[in-house]
Design a protein around this ligand. Sequence first.
Ligand code: MN
Length: 236
Amino acid sequence: MNALCFAPAEPPAVAVAGSAARFPVHRIYCVGRNYAEHAREMGRDPTLEPPVFFMKPADAVVANGTAVPYPPATENLHHEIELVVALKSGGSNIPQHEALGHVFGYAVGNDLTRRDLQNAAKARGGPWDAAKGFDHSAPLAALRPVAAGHVSTGRIWLTVNDELRQQSDVADMIYAVPQVIAALSQLYELKPGDLIFTGTPAGVGPLRVGDRIEGGIEGLETLRHTIAAAAHGTRT
Ligand code: MN
């Protein structure tokens, strides 16, 4: 193989509960509007919608317990607590009944969103990339391997400064994990290392500098992070 022009960035990876080994991240896929109440709060009719997919860059992952800098170009940063599925294998056109066999584990993630940019994109019919796929936009707790069981039910919640903002049950997802994997694999060849944020329940809202966020799903490691002052411009 020819030499690289410069040393590549460290490959993004996330922690695995009960293991020193880390899960290398290939891609981050996300599902939009996967809980009926949240679809309604975003002004959509959940009964009429096929699953909506978008992506974040793999290096948007942020380790649990980290201060996330308030991102640039927004005045309306929102939290979205979500069940995250991690894949150990992949493929195209995966049938629903085989989908869970590709799962490595599950984690709690926060799909941070620049809501003002998303609303502007929706109004223009433009892409969501800048609203969803920005730096540090995917805080994630440790993955729990499937040996401890799959996650198809259980309380999902998020607090900001100890005030409850989001609460639902994973069983209320419109598209369950096997359906999400099957539908995604019709669009993309899934690979080991893919993460899938599966959508957020109702109650999304703004975050401010200094806020302390906690989010959980029954049986998984709780996600905790703060929002720090905006990072000053850096040069690399
Ligand atoms: Mn989301």
